[in-house]
Design a protein around this ligand. Structure first.
Ligand code: SAM
Length: 275
């Protein structure tokens, strides 16, 4: 009989944030596949769990997953853990999970901490609909596309970010969002846990030399939903003024008005030309 693959969430800081079921699974499996075995050992030692560990990280995911599949086929039960939180969420996991499914091996999630969910629920920003984008790409073109997606999203946006890149990311966000409420959630579940709730400008001023693990929760584009209807009730001149007051240049304004009203850019352009 095949073994089972347990995808086990582990704490994101405070070692006590682990479920009873997760501990039970870690105790009964034959092998624990860990992103960084040294990191996982700290957790296992804390709970006096002694199990064989095998490393499973981004750079060996391909080869290691084949080895793990063989072990699962031989009947071993395996727990997959990452350094923190839920495996597969900006962490390795996808490969072995896909291969397990292809090989008819049962994949069982063991729920627990996930940094983004905890940042979101305490942010004070709408939790009704949200979109998790992980880390923003570094490639310029892809990054611009993602920033556009953020600009247009009516949903709350969640981003992970590294401390040495946070200032640049906020500056890029400011360029595109002008000003929007953002919550920076830092060092969740740890001694220096902090939620900085400010608009982008204030946030940029407040994050000099900021350290630790952090997440950005960005308010959705509220103007969009309400604005779409309301703006279309204005005259075209008022509509134009609205965007002008938001700092947009003529070309951008024409594009926006055309989009809001379902017109072509040329139609809007000609209207203002004939005025
Ligand atoms: N798998 C993890 C999860 O379930 O959230 C995420 C791993 S990802 C490689 C690491 C990123 O998650 C960090 O750069 C940070 O953005 C976020 N993160 C992880 N732990 C955190 C914490 N305690 N406080 C704030 N952000 C955290």
């Amino acid at each position: 009989m095949f073994g089972k693959l347990y995808v086990v969430a582990t704490p994101i800081g405070n070692l006590e944030d682990i479920t009873l079921r997760a501990l039970k699974i870690l105790k009964i499996v034959d092998l624990i596949a860990a992103e960084d075995t040294r990191q996982t050992l700290k957790l296992l030692n804390y709970y006096d769990i002694h199990k064989p560990l095998i490393s499973y990280h981004r750079h060996n995911e391909d080869i290691r997953s084949d080895i793990l599949i063989e072990k699962l086929k031989q009947g071993d039960n395996i727990a997959l853990v990452s350094d923190a939180g839920t495996p597969g969420i900006c962490d390795p996991g996808e490969e072995i999970i896909k291969k397990s499914i292809e090989n008819n091996i049962e994949v069982i999630p063991i729920p627990g901490a996930c940094a983004m969910i905890n940042a979101l629920i305490a942010s004070g920003i709408s939790t009704k609909e949200f979109c998790f984008l992980g880390f923003l790409p570094l490639n310029k073109k892809l990054r611009t596309q993602k920033l556009k997606e953020i600009e247009n999203s009516e949903k709350t946006i969640i981003l992970y970010e590294a401390p040495h890149k946070i200032e640049q990311t906020l500056k890029d966000l400011k360029q595109i969002l002008k000003n929007r409420q953002i919550v920076l959630a830092r060092e969740l579940t740890k001694i220096h846990e902090e939620f900085i709730r400010k608009d982008i400008n204030e946030l940029i001023e407040n994050i000099q030399n900021i350290k630790g693990e952090m997440i950005l929760i960005i308010e959705g584009n509220l103007n969009k939903k309400e604005g779409d209807n309301l703006l279309n009730k204005l005259t075209l001149e008022e509509h134009f003024e609205y965007y002008k007051n938001n700092g947009l240049i003529k070309k951008e304004i024409i594009k926006k008005i055309a989009k809001d009203r379902g017109l072509t850019k040329n139609e809007v352009y000609m209207y203002f030309l004939n005025k």
